[in-house]
Design a protein around this ligand. Structure first.
Ligand code: PEP
Ligand code: MN
Length: 337
């Protein structure tokens, strides 16, 4: 249920409404905007008479949120969520670029690629240290050693760091090295992990599950939001369909759908969505045109020798050229990049 307070509602009136809602057993999430306060009252009470609240002083409107996700919905928060990390903004007018290798492989590799990322104008370096591989015999990542190398490379080139967290026991270990936690497609519905991430105060990128609907994806964001961690952005990375020319099917319309249904920023990952190097630039361009708040792109200087996802990695020169094209597309729709 959403309770919209009057523009000039006094703090005591707001407190009184909160007290009533808590008395009825609701859990309250307050969203204080420039103009007015909105209360999200969470609790499953199908027979609750909303007039109990609409008659209180200072209340303008009360309505039930019909979507199963509440805190993630546009009706709870009309304004876009803006995440600020140092001088980088996610969800603002600037389209934010994340790039780097699929996996951190060596000191030489991550420093070389960090330099390319910085040269392109991208602000965030990606790299997996704990890899979710389909085969247990494939390269599993360098672990903490990899995170140390990536942090050092990012610091040298003034970049932020994002890396995937696969299990609860790694959260504490990873925290000092990274700026953003990535929840991968395979863990989108690992509810125990989502709850733990909800309890921390560090931005999170939540990737869409391999076979998840947009509603299921937003429900996973709801897990994190309900724990109190509000700094979430989503990442469309393709879904499994009957088409098998590409690794996954890039669901481009998920971008405007998320923007309509939710206030959370949404970015696109054309690398995992297509799995093929030559398909990455066109899908990246389409994503920016569709309004994506950012992109995450895998790059490698020697893709044939990459320890994971070589076939989808862009070569440095192609990547730099792509960013210049994306900048023009962003400008055409009134954004910067
Ligand atoms: C990744 O970004 O490193 C990754 C493994 O992606 P996904 O979880 O989307 O498969
Ligand atoms: Mn990858």
């Amino acid at each position: 249920m959403v309770v919209i307070l009057e523009k000039n509602a006094a703090p005591e009136q707001i407190e009184n409404v909160v007290k009533h809602l808590e008395g009825f057993g609701f859990q309250i999430h307050k969203s204080t905007g420039a103009e007015r306060t909105i209360l999200g009252a969470i609790g499953v009470k199908p027979n609750f008479d909303i007039r109990n609240i609409s008659i209180l002083d200072g209340v303008e409107e009360v309505y039930r949120v019909t979507t199963p996700f509440k805190l993630a919905s546009r009706s709870f928060q009309e304004k876009n969520t803006l995440i600020k990390i140092k001088d980088v903004e996610i969800g603002g007018n600037q389209v934010m670029m994340i790039a780097g290798p699929c996996s951190i492989e060596s000191e030489e590799q991550i420093f070389k690629l960090a330099e390319i990322v910085a040269k392109s104008g991208a602000k965030i370096l990606r790299g997996g240290a704990f890899k979710p591989r389909t085969s247990p015999y494939s390269f599993q990542g360098l672990g903490e050693e990899g995170l140390k190398l990536m942090r050092a490379a990012a610091d040298k080139f003034n970049l932020l760091v994002i890396s995937e967290v696969m299990q609860i026991s790694h959260i504490e270990l990873m925290e000092p090295y990274i700026d953003i936690f990535q929840i991968g497609a395979r863990n989108m519905q690992n509810f125990a992990l989502l709850k733990e991430i909800g309890n921390i105060r560090k931005p999170v990128m939540l990737k869409r599950g391999i076979a998840s609907t947009i509603e299921e994806w937003l429900m996973s964001a709801e897990y994190i939001l309900s724990g109190g961690n509000k700094e979430i952005f989503l990442c469309e990375r393709g879904i499994r369909t009957f088409e098998n020319y590409t690794r996954n099917t890039f669901d481009l319309s998920a971008i405007p759908v998320v923007h309509k249904k939710s206030h959370l920023p949404v970015i696109a990952d054309p690398s995992h969505a297509t799995g093929l190097r030559d398909q990455v630039p066109p899908m990246a361009r389409a994503a920016v045109a569709a309004g994506a708040d950012g992109l995450m792109i895998e790059i490698h200087d020697d893709p044939e020798k990459a320890l994971s996802d070589g076939p989808q990695a862009l070569l440095p020169d192609t990547f730099i050229k792509l960013v210049t094209e994306l900048r023009l597309i962003a400008q055409a729709i009134g954004r910067t990049l």
